[in-house]
Design a protein around this ligand. Structure first.
Ligand code: XIL
Length: 318
């Protein structure tokens, strides 16, 4: 038994993890990562982003994400793909270029078309647009918004729909779980895309949560259901629950377990929540401490690959 096999038995499609090729030579890590009962889906943590995959315009580096996909295929795991239009981890030719509207449209469309065609019919889903919103629900500043206005949203989804009819097309963002104004912004974004007659299939709730700062299961489920009501499926796409203070107290460790159960329970309670992906399963490789100094220990396994109370509680609640 593992988290994925338990989740599948509960009617979900997957319980997955972010992973990338820099983790591959760690044998203790790989023992867990290649156990498909534990993790039934991979998403590349970094290697499919625009900067790594198209560092120079028109020159693509597929080797690393191809290796992630190959390991997924070897283990009979689903492959989730991430991310196409995003303001972060952009190559400098995009971020620092002087763009006219037609040239940026061409660059964006060809990036989406070439990358999605490379993985055609092999990605369960693509994060087509990532993190386009500010916490107050307005659209976030980016080269795409500055040059193309809101058109870049339907334009990206239209290019994605044309490139791979079989991939689910997702909008993915953080803090939608915790900030109602941001969820309002995401509802407006979905409606804008739908009003343009363009396909959007799902919302990825990143769910980068904090211990003690996780909304109740009912509130989380209600937020997910706002998007189900728009005809979409939903997923917790990058789940981790960070301690604000390290080392974590025994009480905080228990609270983390409760918060994980709350998040997993919310997905279980929403039929259109297709699955959950954790953003790495071990503290050894979590992005949290380097990005948010002082925070950490956000994963289900310790840095030594032992299961935390959060793991045990999640397995028990599924
Ligand atoms: C993070 C990675 O985990 C880090 O290794 C990298 O340095 C920065 O990006 N939202 C996303 C993810 O959509 O792509 C981010 O991943 C975490 C926040």
């Amino acid at each position: 038994q593992g988290l994925h096999s338990l989740f599948v038995a509960s009617g979900k499609l997957f319980f997955g993890t972010a992973i990338d090729t820099n983790n591959f030579d760690d044998t203790a890590y790989q023992t867990i990562a290649t156990n498909k009962n534990e993790f039934g889906l991979y998403v590349p943590e970094n290697s499919q982003k625009w900067g790594p995959i198209e560092p120079t315009q028109g020159q693509f580096r597929f080797a690393n994400p191809d290796s992630v996909e190959a390991q997924a295929q070897n283990n009979d795991q689903i492959f989730r793909c991430h991310a196409l239009a995003w303001h972060s981890q952009l190559p400098s030719f995009i971020a620092n270029g002087t763009w006219t509207r037609p040239l940026l449209i061409a660059a964006l469309q060809s990036h989406i078309t070439i990358v999605m065609t490379h993985y055609k019919s092999r990605c369960y889903s693509w994060d087509v647009v990532n993190e386009a919103l500010n916490d107050n629900g307005t659209l976030r500043d980016s080269v795409f918004l500055r040059v193309l206005g809101t058109d870049y949203l339907p334009l990206s989804f239209a290019a994605a729909a044309a490139a791979d009819p079989s991939a689910k097309l997702y909008y993915n963002d953080f803090n939608l779980e915790t900030i109602p104004a941001k969820a309002d912004g995401a509802v407006r974004l979905v409606k804008l895309i739908q009003a343009a007659g363009v396909r959007i299939d799902g919302i990825g709730f990143q769910a980068h949560l904090t211990v003690g700062g996780t909304p109740s299961q009912a509130k989380l489920a209600a937020t997910l259901n706002r998007f189900v009501a728009l005809g979409l499926e939903v997923t917790l796409s990058e789940l981790d629950i960070a301690h604000n203070k390290l080392p974590a107290s025994a009480r905080a460790v228990e609270q983390q377990a409760k918060d994980y159960v709350t998040a997993v329970g919310a997905c279980l309670s929403v039929p259109k929540c297709v699955g959950i992906t954790v953003w790495q399963f071990t503290d050894k490789y979590s992005w949290i401490p380097s990005t948010f100094p002082g925070k950490g220990d956000a994963c289900l396994f310790t840095a030594n690959f032992t299961k935390k109370p959060a793991y045990t509680a999640v397995a028990r609640c599924i």
